[in-house]
Design a protein around this ligand. Structure first.
Ligand code: CAA
Length: 342
């Protein structure tokens, strides 16, 4: 049983819905794994000195129950820099209706994206992407920082040959290869690689205290994980150019006005709202959801006529799914559809 899954309050694969305010889990095994109990907002330390704490805003939200991750073969024993939770709506039997929440958790460095953190993130995202109980993924940080960028102390030692030969940061784009929608719930700083990570996600929700920026110019470099490309597509050339050339930050409302984020939400409610949005997406037909994501993302790569053809072919193919039969029958029968994601 992964230790930080313990943070995520594990029980069994599909236990009855439990409030986040209840917990918890007994975990045995190595000295680092101890029985722990959880109260909202509380932190507790294991014998090994590891801090066990819930993602604060989610934990304080009694309306979002969480189910635990069972012993999935694919999960690592430990994640050092993230917390992972599987959340499910109360009293719901929606197939694949859960939301996987990944919280970047490197508080002392404002969630600076070191290599090890990104490895954890990609691993957990892949596991959740393959998890049939999960229909949507949320990536979030803390109140102070979503992520303050790539880890500058790690980067400062790199040389050109090494950066080039290892194709530094190319692996980050694996986040864009997930088939399920990913919502970035951004509070605090989303700078450099943090802003770029948010832009790799499918929807960005901004907490009212969020700040976005590409300050790499202040370090003598340029954005290296998509900042000069995705930002232009999101907010247009002039604003993107201003941000990358000056390194100046924009706040949540400015990001909203520019089209970088889809909504600004009170920072205290951000994660709860992101998970609710995730539930809303996860209850739709899973094949159509994935195709929506694929088609919208294709729009950034294709000409209009190619994109329209791609969309139409995907639309046609959905008539081979049970969800299409169910969705349209349910409408005609004036009832809620029961999608099975097939
Ligand atoms: N890398 C490594 N450590 C970082 C970090 C980063 N990107 N950002 C913050 N930290 C660390 C600080 O070094 C500090 O550590 P210590 O306590 O050990 O000194 C700790 O986090 C807290 O940071 P501050 O004391 O600076 O906190 P603050 O509230 O005064 O300022 C901040 C916050 C404005 C975000 C400031 O930390 C900052 O400017 N950080 C760097 C932002 C940046 O330049 N990001 C781009 C990185 S390059 C990149 O991302 C390339 C790419 O395209 C992928």
């Amino acid at each position: 049983m992964p230790l930080n899954m313990l943070v995520a309050r594990h029980l069994s694969r599909r236990p009855p819905p439990a409030s986040l305010g209840t917990l918890v889990k007994a975990c045995t095994a190595s000295s680092a794994h101890v029985t722990a109990s959880f109260s909202p907002g509380a932190t507790s330390a294991t014998k090994a000195g590891r801090i066990i704490a819930p993602p604060t805003s989610l934990a304080s939200s009694a309306s979002i129950p969480s189910r635990a991750f069972a012993a999935s073969a694919s999960l690592k024993e430990n994640y050092d820099h993230i917390l992972v939770e599987r959340c499910f709506p109360e009293n719901s039997d929606v197939v694949g209706g859960g939301v996987g929440v990944i919280t970047l958790h490197r508080p002392k460095a404002l969630n600076a994206l070191c290599d090890a953190l990104f490895e954890d993130l990609i691993h957990a995202a892949r596991v959740l992407d393959e998890d049939d109980d999960i229909g949507c993924i949320v990536i979030t940080g803390s109140g102070k920082a979503f992520a303050a960028g790539a880890d500058i102390s790690e980067m400062s030692k790199r040389e050109f040959a090494n950066a080039y030969k290892t194709n530094m940061f190319s692996q980050w784009a694996d986040i864009t290869k997930m088939s399920k929608p990913i919502i970035a719930a951004v509070n605090g700083f989303a700078l450099g690689g943090g802003c770029e990570l948010a832009m790799m996600c499918d929807i960005i929700l901004a907490g009212s205290k969020a700040q976005f920026g590409q300050p790499e110019i202040n370090l003598g470099v340029i954005p290296g994980a998509g900042g000069t490309q995705r930002l232009v597509r999101a907010i247009g050339k002039s604003k993107a150019m201003e941000m990358v050339l000056t390194g100046n930050r924009i706040n949540a409302q400015e990001a909203m006005d520019a089209g970088l984020v889809s909504r600004v939400i009170d920072s205290e409610l951000l994660l709860e709202e992101a998970v609710k949005m995730g539930y809303g997406i996860a209850e739709k037909g899973g094949v159509a959801v994935r195709m929506c994501k694929e088609a919208v993302n294709a729009a950034e790569e294709m000409t209009l006529s190619e994109g329209l053809r791609f969309e139409r072919r995907m639309f046609h193919s959905l008539f081979a799914t049970r969800d299409q039969k169910e969705g349209m029958s349910a409408f005609l029968e004036k009832r809620k559809p029961n999608f099975t994601n097939e």
